[in-house]
Design a protein around this ligand. Sequence first.
Ligand code: IPE
Ligand code: IPE
Ligand code: MG
Length: 249
Amino acid sequence: MSTVPSTLLDQVRQHGAVPTHVAIIMDGNGRWATERGLGRPAGHHAGMASVREAVEGCLAAGVQVLTLFAFSQENWQRPPAEIDALMALLEEYIAKEANELRAQGVSVRMLGDLERLSPSAKAAVDQIEQSTAGGTNLALNVCLSYSARAELVRAMQHLGARVAAGTLAPHAITEQDVAAELYTAAWPDPDLIIRTSGEMRVSNFLLWQMAYAELHVTPVLWPDFTRETFYVALLDFLRRDRRFGRVTS
Ligand code: IPE
Ligand code: IPE
Ligand code: MG
């Protein structure tokens, strides 16, 4: 009797302990478009379907928190036409996906310096955060106008204000105090960070939070990312020996 080969998702499920929090640096949209003779915005547009793949992959595998790097503070230095296209896409994504995300029990939060967004983009962000609040199947964080160093500076400013007010002693500041001032305060640190497009760098993403994250870099360009790509990353993670500085018995 022939055995049916198990799917990648079956293999993930057989393993049991999937990561609680996965973060993804969604990279390679521009190269994907250029390879096809298209403008860079076409790559960003195609990348929207990959966000759905990642969300569905998390829901199927039981990952509880998904943090996506969508737009960095440094990305504001790109040509205005590309920035406009990305911001229009953000509003299109929210208009198209908010209902489905809500129906799937996905609660969406946007993390970063949102003051730099246009009023209409900001309104769309408020709308999706409010309409999906309370979803309990998956927390979806989208890092937008985000950089890890700026996030850390902001945390230091908040702690410094408490020191100046006399409510916090400098020597009493703990790692928990710092973590509590980050955008990600509500969630555990990422267990796994995936970067697409093969780049071996972290590009100012979650620098504090990634202290003990496992890193998985795939050559797949973001618009080609599917839930199978995601499960391959989960299986890679599940084979790792996480020691956290200790020795394994
Ligand atoms: C990632 O794709 C999306 C953003 C950074 C906004 P890129 O636009 O960086 O695509 P590449 O890296 O140039 O191929
Ligand atoms: C990182 O990609 C930021 C996002 C995915 C939003 P970049 O394309 O901006 O990073 P670099 O420039 O290759 O480091
Ligand atoms: Mg890039």
